[in-house]
Design a protein around this ligand. Structure first.
Ligand code: ATP
Length: 199
């Protein structure tokens, strides 16, 4: 599975619609300082569901929207689409090409889509779980990340191995099931109280 295409509209320094095609093999992005190389990787992080403005090198989420330049007015929204080759069906979806899209407006309203069909962030997160590609996964190694991994707590380091081992989705489902179980137990408790009041 490889990244085929990244399309950005109004994202950070990419005011106009910009499209990058990634051919199989190694792709290097070169350019002068401040030309937007890191903004490309921020775009990939963002479309995968990154919620931390800080990790996207901004102060607030709105900072990902093109904020204007000497010659251009700011824009009202930004959109990033990432297309992946899924001919090996590593992503559990019945398409050989998958495009995920994220759009955000200055009002803060966010929209997500898988193959142009609106979806929830949760659907995108689940699609990439245990593939090594998600926003927390090890396929994106940002500046300073190696130092982080080496100096981080052992539990945090274990999370990287768990993603590689493919057990994150089961742990997530277990947590969800436990939450539902707790809620059901609380409901049962209330029902028992009501019954004893009535008796
Ligand atoms: P370096 O080689 O120094 O690391 P780079 O090529 O990685 O640089 P980036 O950090 O990707 O460059 O891009 C920084 C540029 O993006 C800056 O000029 C900054 O003004 C611009 N930029 C970031 N966010 C926005 C935004 N919301 N609107 C307009 N421009 C933005």
């Amino acid at each position: 599975m490889h990244l085929k295409r990244l399309e950005m509209i109004g994202f950070k320094s990419f005011a106009d619609r910009s499209e990058l095609e990634f051919v199989p093999g190694v792709t290097a992005i070169v350019g002068p300082n401040g030309s937007g190389k890191s903004n490309v990787t921020d775009g990939i992080r963002w479309v995968l569901g990154e919620q931390s403005a800080k990790l996207l090198r901004g102060a607030k989420m709105e900072d990902v929207i093109f904020s204007g330049s000497e010659t251009r007015k700011p824009v009202g929204y930004c959109e990033v689409s990432l297309t992946l080759d899924n001919s090996d069906h590593r992503l559990n979806i019945d398409f050989s090409e998958v495009t995920i899209t994220r759009r955000v407006y200055r009002s803060g309203e966010s929209e997500y889509a898988i193959n142009r069909r609106p979806c929830r962030l949760k659907d995108i997160t689940e699609l990439f779980m245990d593939t090594g590609i998600g926003k927390e996964a090890y396929s994106m190694i940002g500046q300073g990340r190696i130092d982080d991994i080496l100096s981080t707590k052992s539990e945090d380091r274990r999370a990287i191995f768990e993603e590689a081992a493919g057990i994150v989705k089961y742990k997530t489902r277990k947590r969800e099931a436990q939450r539902k179980l707790e809620a059901t137990e609380q409901n049962l408790e209330r029902i028992r109280d009501l019954i004893s009041e009535l008796e």
